[in-house]
Design a protein around this ligand. Structure first.
Ligand SMILES: Cc1cc2nc3c(=O)[nH]c(=O)nc-3n(C[C@H](O)[C@H](O)[C@H](O)COP(=O)(O)OP(=O)(O)OC[C@H]3O[C@@H](n4cnc5c(N)ncnc54)[C@H](O)[C@@H]3O)c2cc1C
Length: 380
C-alpha cells in the first residue's frame, strides 16, 4: 500500500512486470531484427486481460480505473525496445478508444471484443503523405454509396500496418471546409482494395512495423462508421488524448531506467584515476534529469486524477506529451555521452534508447503541435 496504489494495483504491477521480464525482454533483440509477432504477443496479453484494462467488462475488458491503466503503462516502460510498447499502445490507446466511446453495439462486438481478446491486431490510420501535423489537410476520401462507403487514398507511417486485421481510419466524407467533413471508420484489412504498398525502414523503433497503406475503391459497410457521420475529426481529436497519455508513463520510467543503467556504468568506469560518477558536472546533470522526471511523473498522476474526475485534460496531456518527448531524448542523448565510445556501439542498449526516444517529439503530434494546442487553450 502506497500513497497512490493498493494491493490490487500491486498485483497488476507484478503481473505486467513478470510478463515483460518473461515474454517480452528476452525476445527484443530478435524482434529488432524482424518485427514483433503481434498476433502471438497480443493473444498472450489478451488472455491475461491486459488489452482492455479500462474497457467495459461487457466486451471482455477489465472495467478498471485509470490508476490501473497507469500501472500497466509504467511497467511497459521497462521494455528494452520502445517499439514493443508502441505496438501495444496502438492496440489499447490509439486505435480502439473511439470504438469503445462512440462505436455501435455492432462495432464493439465485432471489432472491440476481439481486439481486447488479442484475436485481432489494430492500427490507426490518420497520417498521409500530404498531411501529418495538419490533419484537416488529409485527402483520403470515403464516398457514401448505398449501404457502403467507397474509400480511396493512402496513409503513411502506419504502425502495425503490415500485421493489422483492421485499421481505424480517418477519411474525408465531403469537401466542405471545417471540422465536420470527416468519418472515422473501422476498415478490415481483408477487404478487396486494401494494399500494404510499402514496409518502411526506420532510424529507430526497429521492432515495430510501419507501413504505407493504399486504399483502392475499398468498399466498407456504412455500419463500420464510428459515431455520427461528419464527426470523425472531432472523435479522432478525442482519441488523440488517449494516444498522447499513453506516452507519458513509459517515458518517465524508461528515462529513469536509462539513468540507472548509466549510473551503473559510470560507477565502474574510471577516467583520470577516479570513477566517472565522482565528477560533479555529471552528478548534477543526472540530478537535473531525475528532477525533470519527477515533474513529468507528478503531472501524469495529476492527469490520472483529472481523467477519473471526468475533467478535460487536453491542456495537461499536451504539456505532458511535449515534456515527455523532449525529456526522453535529452536523457538518452546525454547518457549516451557518458558512455563515451561504448555509447556509440550497437552492443550497448543506450544506442537503441537514443534511436527509439527520438520519435516522441515527432509522432502522435509533434512538439510544435503540442505548443500550438497549449497556446490555444491558454487563450493566445
Ligand atoms: C515511426 C512512426 C510511426 C508512426 N505511426 C503512426 C500511426 O500509427 N498512425 C498515424 O496516423 N501516424 C503515424 N505516424 C505519423 C506521425 O504522427 C506524423 O509523422 C506526425 O504527426 C508529423 O507529421 P508529418 O510527418 O507529416 O510532419 P509535418 O506535418 O510535415 O511536420 C514536419 C515538422 O514540422 C514541424 N511543425 C509542425 N507543425 C508546426 C507548426 N505549427 N509550427 C512550427 N513547426 C511545426 C514539426 O517539427 C514537425 O515534425 C508515425 C510516424 C512515425 C515516424
Amino acid at each position: 500500500m502506497t500513497m497512490y496504489f493498493n494491493e490490487e494495483h500491486s498485483a497488476l504491477r507484478d503481473m505486467v512486470r513478470r510478463f515483460v521480464d518473461k515474454e517480452i525482454n528476452p525476445n527484443v533483440d530478435d524482434w529488432e531484427e524482424k518485427d514483433v509477432p503481434l498476433h502471438e504477443l497480443f493473444k498472450k496479453m489478451g488472455d491475461l486481460g491486459l488489452l482492455g484494462i479500462t474497457y467495459d467488462q461487457k466486451y471482455g475488458g477489465q472495467g478498471l480505473d485509470y490508476w490501473f491503466d497507469l500501472v500497466f503503462l509504467e511497467e511497459l516502460g521497462h521494455v528494452k525496445a520502445d517499439g514493443v510498447p508502441m505496438a501495444i499502445g496502438v492496440q489499447t490507446h490509439m486505435a480502439t478508444p473511439a470504438i469503445h466511446e462512440y462505436g455501435s453495439e455492432y462495432l464493439k462486438e465485432t471489432y472491440l471484443r476481439p481486439a481486447i481478446a488479442g484475436d485481432m491486431v489494430t492500427a490507426i490510420g490518420v497520417t498521409e503523405p500530404g498531411a501529418g501535423s495538419d490533419v484537416v489537410g488529409l485527402k483520403t476520401k470515403a464516398v457514401r454509396d448505398g449501404d457502403s462507403y467507397v474509400i480511396n487514398g493512402s496513409k503513411l507511417f502506419i504502425t502495425n500496418g503490415c500485421q493489422a486485421d483492421f485499421v481505424t481510419l480517418l477519411a474525408r466524407t465531403s469537401d466542405d471546409p471545417g471540422y465536420h467533413s470527416f468519418g472515422l471508420f473501422v476498415v478490415p484489412t481483408n477487404l478487396p482494395g486494401f494494399v500494404v504498398s510499402k514496409k518502411l525502414d526506420k532510424l529507430g523503433m526497429r521492432c515495430s512495423d510501419t507501413a504505407e497503406l493504399f486504399f483502392d475503391d475499398l468498399r466498407v459497410p456504412a455500419q463500420n462508421l464510428i459515431g455520427e457521420a461528419g464527426e470523425g475529426f472531432v472523435i479522432q481529436m478525442k482519441q488523440f488524448q488517449h494516444e498522447r497519455f499513453y506516452a507519458l508513463p513509459g517515458s518517465y520510467i524508461g528515462a529513469r531506467d536509462t539513468i540507472d543503467m548509466t549510473i551503473d556504468y559510470i560507477k565502474q568506469r574510471k577516467v583520470f584515476g577516479k570513477p566517472l560518477i565522482t565528477k560533479q558536472v555529471l552528478r548534477h546533470r543526472l540530478a537535473d534529469w531525475i528532477t525533470d522526471i519527477e515533474c513529468l511523473k507528478q503531472l501524469t498522476y495529476h492527469i490520472v486524477r483529472m481523467k477519473i474526475e471526468g475533467l478535460d485534460a487536453t491542456r495537461e496531456i499536451s504539456m505532458g506529451k511535449l515534456l515527455a518527448g523532449q525529456l526522453s531524448f535529452k536523457v538518452s542523448n546525454g547518457c549516451l555521452q557518458m558512455f563515451g565510445g561504448m555509447g556509440y556501439m550497437n552492443e550497448s542498449l543506450i544506442t537503441r534508447k537514443f534511436r527509439d526516444t527520438r520519435l516522441l517529439s515527432i509522432g502522435g503530434g509533434a512538439d510544435e503541435v503540442m505548443k500550438e494546442i497549449i497556446a490555444r487553450v491558454e487563450g493566445f
